[in-house]
Write a protein of this length. Structure first.
Length: 611
């Protein structure tokens, strides 16, 4: 049997898709339909059913009763004829997770629009994607990794999926996008760019081709893509890129990814050496492409299969997101798209960001993984003090694990071998990874016990032993005070020392028309001790008006230990508090290479240049 869908951009100006689902042999007891509560890869219950504006059912051309059973489930009245359920879905979520439609383009993830036919999830699905009505849409095309079932290349028409899980794992872009094509290890790839941009498409094509080939060979070896070589788990791949004024995000799928980026992060034509923004974009593309293996196919047992109605708990997001975050930049180095110098700066920033997260002292990375559903995607003003990112700390755990295995095996084995073994034993076979399997496999690869390492790195709040591990690679990890509130880390002044000591209130702030708004109060800082709260607006310091431009210079003129008088508004009430200025923490990390350590240089070359 085939479940048939039809999706029509019914009213782009009002951001409305009309989506129909036809079941030829419905359940005699009344066919049930459900919309997913969350989308795989983004671990938060989002309740996509809240965007259903209206829904109806019919059979043989006559409307039949449709009973709503819970927030996301409906049951059609029993009938012996085919049932068609049609929903109108509001699509105004400009993100990689939902659906968005206006007169310029349309985008959707299947989890946002396609009803699941309960009990029939494993049956073949066909979807007819229709063009919006009107002359202004005649130039629109379709970009998706869905298999064509009658639709012309990049055209509207019929597409197919083996089952519901595959149907919702192929996002769709429609509009007047720019299209770039390239092959990586012989496999066709496409990049569809939506939004206004002036991208150097040739450079983007070349760079993504190098990156994708590096990753394919990482997983499958140098013969990947060749006749008789290892089989790559997809026949084609599509990058769906939406360029906006200010944005960042990505979501992985089995043969595609949806990326949201600043148009200024794309490489500009005529610029020989793109800047940091382009490295950011390449890192995002690298991250989501690595997920094609690590998450989409190699995934926790808790996700096999996904339960799309409720939370799916695992302690392994440190590995599936954190290890991916480690390799996204490392593989940029190995593909020649990022220099060793730039990579070491990136590592310094990662360590800096962890040091500036007091929550690392109260939440383990395993707990952060398990609590993703209620914490990571629902951060509030106290998040830095109470949480640690499984992306960030997970990437540094992966770094530490990689260096540990390399050191214990004298460079013979590495985390690369762990990942490829995981792929062979679990990912390639479609078997979910048990909660402790990665630890056991790492011990097997290292031929050494690693229980102490994992207990410390995953299940405690102790600091990671990064300094001694990096020393083996001929690198010295240092930390200093930030030179200014805007210091992003990774760079040091002369001899690694700050140019001046800076008095600190222990606050994170943003601009406000009245003064300076406090966004976060760092645990243990001067602001917390004085009673400053998140949401307060500081309007004066020692009787002088405060602003984003004046606050830091004014504090720079004060000595450590001095007391300052702050006037601030909390809601509509004026308060006065007194704070004793403290020294900022030495939380700006940076790495220096020891030019005299030849063994470390060889170790580092094998790590960063691995083939």
């Amino acid at each position: 049997m085939t479940i048939r869908y039809r999706i029509v951009p019914k009213n782009p100006e009002a951001h409305l898709f009309e989506v129909a689902c036809t079941v030829t042999e419905p359940d005699p007891a009344g066919q049930r339909f459900s919309l997913p509560a969350w989308i795989p890869g983004s671990y938060l219950v989002r309740d996509f059913a809240r965007h259903v504006v209206s829904i109806r059912a019919e059979s043989a051309g006559r409307e039949i009763a449709l009973e709503k059973l819970d927030k996301q489930t409906w049951r059609a009245a029993p009938c012996a004829r085919p049932v068609v359920v049609t929903a109108v879905v509001y699509a105004w979520d400009l993100s990689v997770r939902g659906a968005h439609l206006d007169a310029t383009h349309g985008f959707f993830n299947g989890t946002s629009v396609f009803l699941r036919v309960i009990g029939r999830e494993r049956e073949r699905c066909e979807v007819e994607i229709r063009r919006p009505a009107g002359a202004r849409y005649r130039g629109w095309r379709v970009a998706t990794a869905l298999s064509r079932a009658g639709a012309p290349a990049h055209g509207f028409g019929r597409y197919a999926a083996a089952d519901y899980d595959e149907l919702i794992d192929h996002p769709v872009e429609m509009g007047t996008f720019d299209l770039v094509r390239f092959a990586a290890c012989g496999i066709p790839h496409e990049v569809a760019i939506t939004g206004r941009h002036d991208t150097d498409l040739d450079r983007l094509r070349r760079d993504l081709a190098r990156l994708c080939e590096t990753q394919i060979r990482f997983w499958h070896g140098p013969r990947a893509g060749r006749p008789g070589g290892p089989k790559v788990p997809f026949d084609r791949y599509v990058f769906l890129v939406t360029a906006v004024g200010d944005g960042y995000g990505g979501l992985e799928h089995r043969a595609s990814t949806a990326l949201l980026c600043s148009r200024d992060d794309l490489p500009e034509a005529g610029v020989e050496k793109p800047g940091e923004g382009y490295r950011t974009f390449l890192g995002l593309a690298s991250h989501e492409y690595f997920h094609t293996w690590n998450v989409k196919r190699l995934k926790p047992a808790a996700f096999t299969p996904y339960d799309l109605e409720r939370e799916n708990y695992t302690t392994l997001l440190w590995a599936f997101e954190g290890i991916t975050s480690y390799y996204d930049d490392l593989l940029l180095v190995r593909s020649g798209l990022v220099s060793e110098k730039d990579y070491l700066e990136i590592l310094g920033r990662s360590v800096t960001n962890l040091l500036r997260t007091p929550g690392r002292r109260v939440q383990t990375v395993a707990e952060a993984s398990f609590d993703a559903w209620i914490k990571y995607y629902r951060q509030d003003e106290n998040a830095p003090n109470a949480q640690v990112s499984y992306y960030l700390k997970g990437s540094l755990v992966a770094l530490a694990l990689d260096l540990t295995i390399r050191a214990r095996t004298r460079g013979a084995r590495s985390l690369d071998d762990v990942m490829r073994a995981l792929w062979t034993r679990y990912g390639a076979k479609g078997i979910g990874v048990p909660e402790r399997a990665i630890e056991g496999l790492a011990e097997e690869v290292a031929s050494a016990p690693l229980r102490g390492f994992f207990d410390r790195a995953l299940r405690s709040t102790r600091e990671l032993p990064l300094a001694p591990l990096l020393a083996v690679a001929g690198l010295t990890l240092k930390a200093r005070e930030a030179e200014s509130a805007s210091d992003r880390g990774g760079k040091a002044g002369k001899n690694g020392e700050a140019r001046r000591r800076r008095a600190s209130l222990g606050l994170r702030t943003s601009a406000d028309p009245l003064g300076v708004r406090v966004t976060h109060v760092i645990a243990g800082g001067a602001g917390e001790r004085a009673g400053v709260a998140a949401g307060d607006v500081v309007v004066a310091v020692d009787g002088l008006r405060a602003s984003g431009a004046t606050l830091e210079p004014r504090l720079a003129r004060r000595r450590l230990g001095e007391r300052v008088r702050l006037h601030l508004f909390r809601r509509d009430e004026l308060h006065e508090v007194e704070a004793e200025l403290a020294a900022p923490a030495a939380d700006t990390a940076y790495l220096e290479a020891n030019g005299r350590a030849k063994a470390g240089a060889r170790f580092r070359a094998a790590w960063l240049d691995a083939k």
